[in-house]
Design a protein around this ligand. Structure first.
Ligand code: URA
Length: 484
């Protein structure tokens, strides 16, 4: 492949991406093209198998930037929107990205121009892709199949989903974390993902008929959905918008929707009469696996927090952990990542656990309230403390987790976590430093929440950090006693 050191000013270039979602390849190629001064109207882009521009030069003309080429400018906002927009199914997306990148070199503030048509289109692509991912998180439904293969004996869950954009690979991590202990496959017309509990592999596109249609789990799921369906929340227009009909055919519970809608008015009247229009009543059977809890909290709308635009965040860690660490509720970053304590409070927690020698990976880390409560301020979602009633409603789930994990010691961080464990509000300064016996023979230790430490500074922070570390040291010592 010969390189063009002085690109021919008239030459056109064609770039075929190796994969339709290969943003990194686009980025690297675009950087070279910009540094060689090749204007957007001289470049065409296609996906694998996409149409080829007959006037474009072949690969022998791959340009090489001059040694003194200036670095390419791309601000963080552009890169983050572009990374998502690259997954869109619009065939002109890579040309748009290149045009924007080119223009950014002359006008670094271009992304702030809300009226710019290219910027607006980029934002729209990003939004469509995020929405498609959100739908995938919400509407993928696994069906259980029994593997006939000797080597692969056991349960295998298979889901069929039809994404509008190239989001499959980008969402692999989400499903891997969420269903880490299951063997599953997600089949789509754009490709497939397979997780065997340890490794992820990719497969070719599939057809609807490759996925199983229904199984006995669906009856369970359907009755569960019927029990959690809250007619007080029923806004049919919004529901159809959020759960477009095209997904209904893959969702066992959707078969119930017409019937539930028909019965909703009557049920709502009854609920209002019972004073339960916001908090939607009793839970039914306690789930007996962590996977079942995970599934159930995603469908839980028992309190107003579950009605916000958020995702439930399940606890994580070994099922037989001796130590359970409980926080308040997921924050913005936890909501997006689908994992507890990954944001600033989680990072501070990690620092202190490491400092005192507690291995976070050996603990089961979870939250009292499973959804992120926030108020929207412009583009930001600001954390709101859950109310007592919300904590008390959500206790069902932390109690269910505790019944399965059976930790010897529970460390509740902050007042909400303490209330979640005890069912009443306590003062942290009064109860910290000593165990509180729990009804199952385990013990509860209470300490401050790491986000409280983050809000302090100066001597007040130093003092609280000292107390926090002392609580962790005491917990570590007590765990050693309980183990021995
Ligand atoms: N704060 C919490 O209480 N829990 C999290 O998961 C993150 C922040």
């Amino acid at each position: 492949m010969s390189a063009l050191r002085n690109p021919d000013p008239g030459a056109r270039y064609h770039v075929e991406l190796p994969e339709p979602d290969d943003f990194d390849f686009w980025r690297e190629t675009a950087r070279v093209l910009v540094q060689c001064g090749i204007a957007p109207d001289r470049v065409s882009w296609s996906e694998p198998g996409g149409g080829v521009d007959l006037f474009a030069s072949g690969e022998e003309n791959v340009p090489v930037p001059p040694a003194d080429a200036r670095p390419v400018r791309a601000n963080r906002r552009f890169v983050s929107l572009a990374r998502n927009a690259a997954l869109h199914s619009d065939p002109t997306r890579f040309a748009l990205l290149y045009r924007l990148l080119w223009r950014l070199q002359a006008n670094p503030r271009m992304m702030e121009d809300k009226a710019d048509l290219d910027v607006r289109r980029l934002e729209e692509l990003d939004k469509n892709v995020r929405r498609d991912s959100h739908k995938m998180h919400a509407f993928v439904r696994f069906r259980l199949i029994e593997s006939g293969d000797e080597e692969e004996a056991g349960e295998h869950y298979v889901a069929w989903f039809e994404p509008e954009h190239h989001i499959l690979r980008a969402n692999a991590g989400f499903f891997m974390r969420r269903f880490a202990n299951m063997r599953w496959s997600i089949l789509t017309p754009r490709g497939s993902l397979h997780w065997d509990g340890q490794t992820m592999s990719e497969g070719p596109p599939a057809q609807r008929s490759d996925a199983p249609g229904g199984d006995p789990m669906e009856d369970l799921w359907r009755s569960y959905y019927a029990s959690i369906f809250n007619p007080a929340r029923l806004k049919i227009g919004a529901m159809v918008k959020e759960m477009p009909k095209k997904y209904w055919k893959n969702m066992p519970e959707a078969a119930l929707i017409p019937e539930l809608i028909a019965g909703a008015q009557g049920r709502e009247a009854k609920m209002v009469e019972q004073g339960k229009s916001v908090f939607s009543g009793e839970f039914e059977q306690r789930p007996d696996t962590l996977e079942a809890i995970d599934k159930a909290i995603h469908a839980c709308r028992k309190c107003p927090i579950g009605q916000l635009d958020n995702h439930a965040v399940m606890g994580e860690g070994p099922q037989d952990a001796a130590l359970m660490i409980v926080g308040e509720q997921p924050g913005d970053q936890e909501d997006l990542a689908g994992r507890p304590f990954v944001g600033p409070a989680g990072q501070l927690l990690d620092v202190h656990l490491e400092k005192v020698g507690i291995d976070r990976r050996a603990a089961y880390v979870t939250n009292t309230v499973k959804h992120f409560k926030y108020v929207q301020r412009g583009k930001r979602r600001l954390h709101q403390n859950p109310g007592a009633k919300e904590i008390d409603t959500c206790r069902w789930w932390i109690e269910s987790e505790r019944a399965i994990v059976q930790p010897k010691l529970v460390l509740a961080m902050g007042a909400s976590a303490a209330r979640g464990m005890l069912g009443k509000t306590v003062s942290i300064s009064k109860v910290r430093g000593a165990p509180i016996p729990l009804e199952d023979g385990s013990e509860l230790w209470v300490t401050a929440h790491p986000s409280y430490l983050l809000r302090l500074d100066g001597p007040a922070r130093e003092e609280q950090v000292r107390l926090f570390d002392a609580d962790l040291v005491a917990v570590k010592a007590r765990l050693a006693e309980l183990a021995g």
